[in-house]
Write a new protein. Structure first.
Length: 163
């Protein structure tokens, strides 16, 4: 089996297990909308349900669930195809894509199972809150950042080779 697919399996298994276990734990141990301060005026564990996307986008739309499921499925397929096109030495890109893949899959599981996504990580400055998020969201953001970084480094490597 090619290294990029082993990376996909390992990263996805780890992220999905952590994502789903934390969501199940929050769902079973906290009341909806309850909050536990972790770092006063900065970070809390707050149990929320998000029917929409980031910032609650499309939360009240009639077609939101089929739309988000379709987008997630398309993202998962595109990522698997992109992984297949990577060169064997592009392990950093494989890790990045695997993080995005597992984050999309983690939130897809919630949407199919619950019709919405469980969020619980609440970063804030006193009463100014960033939208709550979860492990899957974090994996997507870190994966996108690392992929952008890898693309910049790849461009730099290609430029150095051509000179």
């Amino acid at each position: 089996m090619k290294a990029r697919y082993i990376i996909l399996l390992v990263v996805s298994a780890l992220v999905l297990i952590i994502d789903q276990v934390t969501k199940l734990y929050i769902d079973k141990s906290m009341a909806l909308h309850s909050s536990i301060p972790v770092i006063q005026n900065f970070f809390s564990i707050t149990y929320l349900r998000n029917k929409g996307a980031a910032f609650g986008i499309l939360a009240n739309s009639a077609f939101r669930l089929p739309f988000f499921i379709l987008i997630s499925v398309v993202a998962v397929i595109v990522i698997v195809v992109a992984l297949g096109k990577l060169r064997e030495e592009q392990k950093f890109a494989a890790i990045s894509l695997s993080l995005i893949f597992s984050g999309a899959l983690g939130n897809l599981i919630d949407r199919v199972r619950l019709g919405e996504v469980i969020d619980f990580l609440d970063a804030h400055w006193y009463h100014h809150h960033w939208p709550a998020f979860n492990v899957a969201d974090s994996a997507i953001c870190v994966g996108v950042f690392l992929l952008a970084l890898d693309m910049l480094l790849e461009e730099k490597r290609n430029k150095a080779k051509s000179e």
